[in-house]
Design a protein around this ligand. Structure first.
Ligand code: GBH
Length: 473
């Protein structure tokens, strides 16, 4: 039917990019090899009680050693592009100082391997693995981290800027700032609302400085981008619109404001005034952050439902993240916003399945930023897959999730959204951050005992989509 987004036969335009995504700490392993030093995620996962089951990324999918066969797998799947991230602690292991050539060589071989197979490299500089020494010096709440990132960007632009198709500066700075420094469920596990907002600014600054550094050093003609995880909020109660506005300010416009308009939204500054005076924003910063980008990366998984707390009834908070450090991902809105239980169905993460939210998000971004090309850089779902007797992985629920979200994206495009491509999260089952190996997002199964890969039914389905450009039956 139409209403449930379960279409087939939809044709995507010629040149639409079908890709898949991973991130360094989630797949690589080889955590202590060839000069890599610890990142905040090595420290966090090595700290008892932080990650489910004490899981770490020490071995992960062993992609660091199996990258060639993984590239063959991508080629078999017919992927046009591969979105991966570069581990900063392989490149500048101490965050500042010595550059590690062995780390550069790994990604250089990876990029060449992609190009040999006709797969476009889409590289993210930062998917959450901050070199631990930079955290020891203060982390993202301090300005020096943005300085160090600018230098790292310059190093990578010089090393790979002749071959990268799309550069992405940051993945989901919302998570880095608010989960890492506000709520504490992600590394480095700090629960300090004011630090979270300082982190927001220094991540924004790092983005702008990195775009400039990449542009100055890349000798090819790459596209420049950043990936944000937008919150699509539904409101409840008689102040529903106000609740949505607050979420939108903190989660979305805190990043799109400076990056795409060159200013922090006035309502954001007001909402957070009890937490910080934003005096870490220096003269010239907004200009540095406001760099033209070729494509805006959009990560979408589900919606959130919010209400302004009435101050009386027991407060409900259901933001889908373990509050390990007892902090808040919503500085200035703690005790103001309530995150409510959402109608199902749900994925294994407990996130509600809402493909219409993706269509709405893409339409809303087109309305806010009419000339900005968009790319879905992550969408996917965790389910408890079972291996059938014949060894296949019949993950009909994941296939259905993907079909419905591709349908939603197609509908947005029919309404004029300039969507250039779509990357499924994830190519492989991998280290799902605080959930360790308990949650599987892959279109390819990884057996974490043998490290063997098996293409799931959703992977076969996605291969047909990538190869034909038509949403399969
Ligand atoms: C992404 O994070 C990451 O980029 C990727 O590394 C990760 O593996 C993948 O997604 C799967 O988690 O939590 O109820 O408030 C996504 C993190 C998920 C955070 C959705 C915000 C909003 C709904 N985001 N979440 S809720």
């Amino acid at each position: 039917g139409n209403a449930d987004y379960r279409d087939s036969g939809l044709v995507f335009p010629e040149g639409f990019t079908f890709g898949s995504a991973t991130a360094s700490y989630q797949v690589e392993g080889g955590a202590r090899e060839d000069g890599r030093l610890p990142s905040i995620w090595d420290t966090f996962s090595g700290t008892p009680g932080r990650v489910w089951n004490g899981d770490t990324g020490d071995v992960a999918c062993d992609h660091y050693h199996r990258w060639e066969s993984d590239l063959d797998l991508m080629k078999d799947l017919g992927l046009d592009a591969y979105r991966f991230s570069i581990a900063w602690p392989r490149i500048v292991p101490a965050g500042t100082g010595a550059v590690n050539q062995a780390g550069i060589d790994f990604y250089s071989r990876l990029v060449d391997g992609l190009l040999e197979r006709g797969i476009r490299p889409v590289a993210t500089l930062y998917h959450w693995d901050l070199p631990q020494p930079l955290e020891d010096a203060g982390g993202w709440p301090v300005r020096a981290t943005a300085d160090a990132f600018e230098r790292y960007a310059e190093i990578m632009g010089t090393a790979l800027g002749d071959r990268i198709h799309t550069w992405t500066t940051l993945n989901e700075p919302w998570c880095s700032a608010y989960l890492g420094y506000g709520q504490g469920g992600h590394a480095p596990g700090r629960a300090e609302p004011a630090s979270a907002l300082a982190a927001v600014h220094h991540l924004n600054l790092a983005h702008g400085r990195a775009v400039q550094a990449l542009r100055a050093t890349s000798t090819g003609d790459p596209d420049y981008s950043v990936t944000l995880n937008f919150h699509v909020a539904r409101g409840r109660g008689d102040q529903a619109a106000e609740a949505i506005r607050r979420v939108d300010a903190l989660a979305n416009r805190a990043f799109t404001g400076p990056m795409l308009r060159g200013e922090y939204p006035a309502d954001l500054l007001q909402d957070t005034a009890s937490v910080t005076d934003w005096s870490f924003v220096q003269e010239g910063d907004l200009e540095a952050i406001h760099q033209p980008i070729d494509v805006l990366g959009v990560n979408y998984y589900s919606t959130v439902t919010v209400r302004l707390w009435d101050g009386v009834s027991p407060r409900q908070v259901n933001d889908g993240h373990k509050a390990t450090a007892g902090g808040t991902a919503w500085p200035g809105s703690d005790g103001v916003l309530e995150f409510l239980e959402q109608p199902g169905p749900y994925t294994e993460m407990g996130w509600n399945i809402a493909p219409e939210g993706l269509e709405e998000l893409l339409l809303s971004l087109r309305e806010q930023f009419p000339d900005q090309a968009l790319m879905v850089t992550e969408n996917g779902a965790a389910f408890a897959d079972e291996v059938a007797e014949d060894g296949s992985v019949p993950d009909a629920d994941r296939l259905d999730y993907l079909r419905r979200h591709f349908t939603a994206a197609h509908r947005a495009m029919q309404q004029g959204v300039d969507l250039r491509g779509y990357f499924v999260w994830s190519l492989l089952d991998n280290f799902e951050w605080g959930y360790g190996y308990a949650k599987r997002f892959g279109i390819v199964r990884v057996d974490f005992d043998t490290l063997e890969r098996t293409v799931k039914q959703s992977g076969e389905w996605y291969a047909r989509l990538a190869k034909t450009g038509t949403l399969p039956e």
